[in-house]
Design a protein around this ligand. Structure first.
Ligand SMILES: CC(C)(COP(=O)(O)OP(=O)(O)OC[C@H]1O[C@@H](n2cnc3c(N)ncnc32)[C@H](O)[C@@H]1OP(=O)(O)O)[C@@H](O)C(=O)NCCC(=O)NCCS
Length: 165
């Protein structure tokens, strides 16, 4: 049985370990990490998936950050990671669907990510032709999804860190 719950401070080291395992420790060189530097994650949307049957070990996690696109505050989905021994069981899908539902309810207009379109298209993400991520980012991996009607209107141009003014 998988239980989805909001991330807590106590999850911290286990999440870092899971992210290193799923992506390799070199993950922090990715340009998406530059967009997260010095910015607080969106705590209400950061979720963990724990397995009740095996000492509640961490099976997966998802995190979100605010970013700026087209002058607006939108969501950056990721990282999302499932433990290599638990991939393909639908845990990634559950984390993504649950967090996007919460994001909609909280009024977020749009969500952006850098990832594999063949995986994310099932959640309604499509390649963006109008967003520019900091290099080096493969433009074919820049995906976006509206969370409200017309939620992607005006979401174009440079994607930058969200800095509170
Ligand atoms: C990508 C990831 C989050 C998916 O989570 P998951 O729980 O394994 O996936 P689900 O069980 O929800 O979905 C499985 C389906 O997705 C497909 N899939 C998984 N990764 C895929 C990818 N990168 N591209 C295309 N399809 C993919 C599987 O083939 C399977 O297809 P099926 O339903 O037709 O059998 C997970 O495999 C993972 O953590 N991978 C390593 C880290 C990573 O790449 N994170 C995402 C960065 S963008």
């Amino acid at each position: 049985m998988i239980r989805i719950a909001p991330e807590t401070e106590a999850d911290g080291w286990e999440i870092e370990y899971l992210l290193d395992t799923a992506f390799t420790p070199g993950r922090t060189a990715l340009s998406s990490y530059r967009l997260r530097e010095g910015v607080e994650p969106v705590a209400a949307l950061c979720l963990t998936a724990r397995d009740d049957d095996s000492g509640a070990s961490l099976a997966g996690c998802i995190r979100f950050w605010p970013i700026k696109a087209g002058g607006r505050r939108v969501l950056l989905l990721g990282p999302v990671a499932i433990h290599p021994t638990r991939q393909g069981e639908g845990i990634g899908a559950r984390l993504i669907l649950e967090s996007l539902d919460r994001a909609k309810s909280e009024g977020w207009n749009a969500c952006i990510l850098v990832g594999d379109e063949p995986y994310y298209r099932r959640f309604g993400f499509a390649k963006s032709e109008v967003l520019r991520f900091p290099p080096p980012t493969n433009p074919n991996r820049v995906l976006a999804k509206a969370l409200q009607a017309d939620g992607l209107d005006g979401i174009e141009g440079e994607v930058t860190r969200w800095v509170e003014s």
